[in-house]
Write a protein that binds this ligand. Structure first.
Ligand code: FAD
Length: 604
């Protein structure tokens, strides 16, 4: 049965993608890349092809082995094999042909993944045999994400005609395989699948103003410019990455915890997508000062070390992602004794946030116009255009889309209900010629230690909520040494003159749930006016400000949030498949605090 769809010719009517900006195919069961490679090849051969081809495929976790090189398509299948991601659960995004062909792989149980993907599909390939009695649920899941007149090709199955019909598909032809179209005669879903924000559809209006040139703003600049957008980037400083993103180095790694929580899944997605984007920048010749030998995390207690080791086995996490290490192995990796066992991320490490920002602005090329040394005081929306003004009321820039990537100042500019973010002061300490000289890899635990060069180690960081003191304090240095000393005992007893130590102070922006704010902002006045009806609302029910997006409150993890934030916002603007599951996007939705207030009746 499965073979019939696999062997079916490319059933896509190519006239459907002709001249389109985006065209999206969903395959319910990744077949080692066969259908994707054939579609990609047909796309390459067609002069009338769409600008961007999105191919979304669901793959069982145990089938996530590197696909073979195909005799009839050696070049394309080799590109796929080379880009193949680590076999971990979640959504992976791979880009080919300069980002014009995008493969979104949803690794996990097919039925549950189909409920979680958020996209508008133009064409489906459905392996009916894989679902059997659950076909009615699967057909409903496909209907939720079907674009108008989306076509479907499936293996024949006794349950299929009724399942498709009930979900709003009309069967055109039925033999070895079934051809159908999404053409519901009644309402079959609560929400329509995502569409492009109208200015995104026209080259002339594809223009965004990005406020803030730190990790958040530079990442969105790069993601939009890669899609042909013009970007106006504005920052109050004289160059990018001068505030929190101006630290000499930062560490990056996902969270692994006892359960595969939303935070664990989100940080996994952010970590993997950041690695992918940084590799592309490096392939383009940019030196991001990224360490290459992995990152070691020291457990808070022996009990934690055991619990994480057992979670790694339970989730089947591959060694390329993480491995548990005992105290002896951890000491060997660190190059000096450590206080406890922990776990090692072979792909984790440290990187220069400033170098990432500069590289992202550089690749945006002439699509980027930068305005430095300008502080935005106010933004205003009129007749479909956002305008930014400084404190004197002077016009600074305008565009149909504005993205607030200005960290702790974003809630003020957007006028967000309840002011959901707070500032957290952080102080770093740079040790010159210390017992940490020769540390082999970046380490995290209670604090962190990053070898900058043979005799310099960056240590940090203090975490003081609502403290606005910009000065470097000796007490902060002492705290940093104590924290790091708890994982690297060589530091205990080391007492340099704190008045002469080098350091840096910067401010993180955090929310109460420690998740970032990423996506479209709520139209609070419209929602207030409809508060009674929206008291039981879901995120998709809320009215949103047209063209107003946020990418801020990255807390202590800007390095792994920024690229994913940028890709999610770009996908939302373009009506493309989202790069993460919808429930994960909801956990970082900037609307969540307002939504909670609506549900709790605080807004009347
Ligand atoms: C001490 C310390 C250590 C850290 N260590 C790590 C780490 O190891 N790993 C990690 O991943 N993260 C770390 N972080 C967090 C990380 O630095 C941040 O999450 C990240 O830099 C935030 O990026 P951003 O672009 O949101 O904000 P920022 O880098 O603060 O950029 C915001 C920009 O907006 C501009 N701006 C603000 N308001 C306006 C306005 N009204 N008009 C014009 N421009 C405006 C600012 O000038 C600034 O350039 C650390 C943070 C601190 C403080």
């Amino acid at each position: 049965m499965i073979d019939s769809v696999r062997n079916a010719p490319l059933l896509l009517d190519r006239s459907r993608w002709a001249g389109r900006r985006n065209f999206t195919v969903l395959h319910t069961q990744f077949d080692a890349g066969r259908r994707f490679i054939d579609t990609w090849s047909a796309w390459r051969d067609d002069p009338q092809r769409c600008e961007r081809l999105h191919f979304v495929a669901v793959a069982a976790l145990d089938s996530m082995t590197t696909p073979p090189v195909m005799a009839d398509q050696p070049a394309l299948s080799k590109l796929l094999a080379d880009a193949w991601p680590m076999p971990v659960a979640g959504v992976h995004r791979l880009e080919f042909d300069d980002g014009h062909v995008v493969l979104t792989l949803a690794a996990g149980d097919a039925q549950s993944m189909l409920q979680k993907l958020w996209m508008r599909a133009d064409s489906f390939y459905l392996h009916s045999a894989a679902f059997g009695e659950t076909l009615p649920f699967v057909a409903k899941a496909l209907a939720r994400i079907a674009g108008d007149n989306a076509t479907l090709c499936a293996d024949a199955h006794p349950e299929l005609p009724k399942a498709l019909n009930d979900a709003g598909f009309k069967i055109d032809e039925s033999s070895h395989y079934v051809n159908a179209r999404f053409a519901p005669r009644w309402r079959v879903r609560r929400h329509k699948p995502p569409t492009a924000f109208p200015p995104a559809e026209n080259k002339a209006t594809r223009h965004a103003m990005v406020i803030g040139a730190g990790l958040g703003g530079c990442a969105i600049t790069e993601r939009l410019a890669s899609r042909g957008w013009r970007v106006t980037l504005i920052d109050r400083h004289a160059s990018p990455a001068r505030d929190a993103s101006g630290n000499p180095a930062g560490v990056f790694h996902p969270i692994v915890w006892r359960d595969d929580s939303i935070a664990a899944r989100l940080t996994r997605a952010g970590f993997l997508y950041a690695l992918h984007r940084w590799s592309v920048l490096e392939q383009n010749g940019h030196d991001l000062r990224r360490s290459r030998d992995g990152l070691l995390q020291i457990a808070d207690s022996a009990e934690d070390a055991l619990a994480i080791a057992s979670a790694i086995t339970r989730f089947g996490l591959p060694r390329a992602y993480i491995n548990a290490v005992d105290e002896h192995e951890a000491s060997r990796l660190a190059g000096q004794p450590v206080s406890r066992a922990g776990w090692f991320f072979p792909q984790g490490g440290s990187i220069s946030p400033g170098a990432v920002c500069v590289a992202q602005c550089a690749v945006a090329g002439d699509r980027l116009t930068s305005h430095f040394g300008l502080q935005i005081d106010r933004i205003e929306h009129k007749n479909g255009v956002w305008t930014a003004f400084d404190a004197t009321g002077r016009f600074i820039a305008e565009a149909p889309v504005v993205i607030l990537a200005n960290a702790g100042d974003a809630q003020r500019l957007a006028g967000l209900y309840g002011q959901p973010t707070r500032g957290v002061r952080g102080q770093l300490t740079v040790l010159d010629a210390s017992p940490l000289d020769g540390l082999r890899v970046p380490m995290v635990g209670d604090g962190y230690a990053v070898p900058l060069d043979q005799h310099k180690t960056l240590t940090g960081a203090t975490y003081d909520i609502d403290d606005t003191n910009p000065r470097i304090e000796p007490s902060g240095h002492i705290e940093n040494l104590k924290r790091v000393g708890r994982m690297l005992p060589a530091l205990n007893g080391f007492a340099p003159g704190t008045a002469t130590l080098e350091g840096r102070v910067a401010f993180r922006s955090v929310t109460s749930d420690r998740m970032p704010m990423i996506g479209s902002l709520v139209d609070e006045p419209a929602a207030r006016a409809d508060a009674a009806r929206l008291s039981g609302a879901w995120p998709l029910d809320l009215p949103r400000m047209p063209g107003l997006y946020g990418a801020f409150a990255f807390g202590s993890r800007g390095l792994i949030w920024a690229a994913l934030a940028a890709e999610l916002i770009a996908a939302q603007l373009e009506g493309e498949p989202w790069p993460i599951e919808r429930e994960l996007a909801e956990a970082i939705d900037p609307a969540r605090f307002f939504l909670r207030a609506l549900r709790q009746g605080e807004i009347v």
